[in-house]
Design a protein around this ligand. Structure first.
Ligand SMILES: NC(=O)c1ccc[n+]([C@@H]2O[C@H](COP(=O)([O-])OP(=O)(O)OC[C@H]3O[C@@H](n4cnc5c(N)ncnc54)[C@H](O)[C@@H]3O)[C@@H](O)[C@H]2O)c1
Length: 257
């Protein structure tokens, strides 16, 4: 990773922060982005890497980011499209999801990834190649009627990534594009999911936690570092023959679905 230039979106918390830290520890030059300025500043101080405030759903923010990347790095080797949201309130069912919530989920989780890839491809191609890693979810692979828009938005990321992988290969760009599918990883997003479930169902938080845990064959929640290690592999030259792949990191959850 020494000397590789990487952008990690949603890098101020959870999985994105772990990826940014892992890449920086391995010698990469990392730029982290986030919509949350104060969290991004804190992460930037913690990791001693620069940050850029960005809403991934806004096209102008992507242009601004890539103008900054061109100046700062004069190229890009790795893009991790990690920023994402989910409506964990229990209202995201096929019968109850509002169009507004559906669109917001897709704007961030799917359109954000699309715009990031669209910006990154020409810059990486100019530099002779690169690695795009899109953080999807196990929710892209199994039915998720309790988080309907979220699952559909993450399935779209999978399909998009496969098209990008083939497009780049066919054009000889030497750009690889892969997805990671986390299961249940201990992050602020996952804590909120369990807290919301507890409130909605009127069940004690510890019981909800135990129920969620019981669905993971390996018997423990994932750590953000587990996803960071998967991203490290996909970003590295050791993965030079890997493109269009789905790396599932879920403690075996998919096996029981
Ligand atoms: N935690 C899990 O169990 C889990 C499981 C499957 C997939 N994922 C996916 O992994 C990714 C990271 O999840 P996490 O659990 O670390 O979430 P998190 O909520 O803990 O962190 C997400 C970060 O993204 C930032 N963000 C949110 N909206 C943004 C926007 N519009 N523009 C830029 N930044 C924005 C947030 O400020 C936050 O810092 C997401 O795409 C999520 O869907 C997480």
């Amino acid at each position: 990773m020494q000397g590789k230039r990487a952008v990690v979106t949603g890098g101020a918390n959870g999985i994105g922060l772990a990826i940014a830290r892992r890449f920086a520890d391995e010698g990469a030059e990392v730029l982290l982005t986030d919509i949350n300025r104060s969290a991004a500043e804190a992460a930037s101080r913690d990791l001693s890497v620069p940050f850029f405030v960005q809403d991934v759903s806004k096209e102008a923010d992507w242009s601004g980011l890539f103008a900054d990347v061109r100046c700062r790095f004069s190229g890009l080797d790795i893009l991790v499209n990690n920023a994402g949201i989910g409506d964990m309130s229990g209202k995201d069912s096929p019968e109850t999801t509002s169009l507004e919530s559906w669109r917001r989920t897709f704007m961030i989780n799917t359109e954000g990834v699309f715009m990031g890839c669209r910006e990154a491809i020409p810059l990486m191609a100019e530099g002779g190649g690169g690695s795009i890693i899109n953080i999807s979810s196990i929710a892209a692979l199994v039915p998720t009627p309790f988080i309907t828009a979220y699952g559909a938005s993450k399935a779209a990321v999978l399909q998009l990534s496969r098209s990008i992988a083939l497009h780049c290969a066919q054009h000889g760009y030497k750009i690889r594009c892969n997805t990671i599918h986390p299961g249940q990883i201990s992050t602020p997003m996952h804590d909120k999911l369990m807290a919301d479930t507890s409130k909605l169902a009127g069940v004690a938080f510890e019981d909800v936690r135990a129920d969620y845990l019981s669905r993971i064959p390996l018997g423990e929640f994932g750590d953000p570092l587990d996803i960071a290690n998967a991203a490290l592999f996909l970003a590295s030259d050791e993965a030079k023959h890997v493109t269009g792949a789905q790396l599932v990191v879920d403690g075996g959850m998919q096996l029981t679905n």
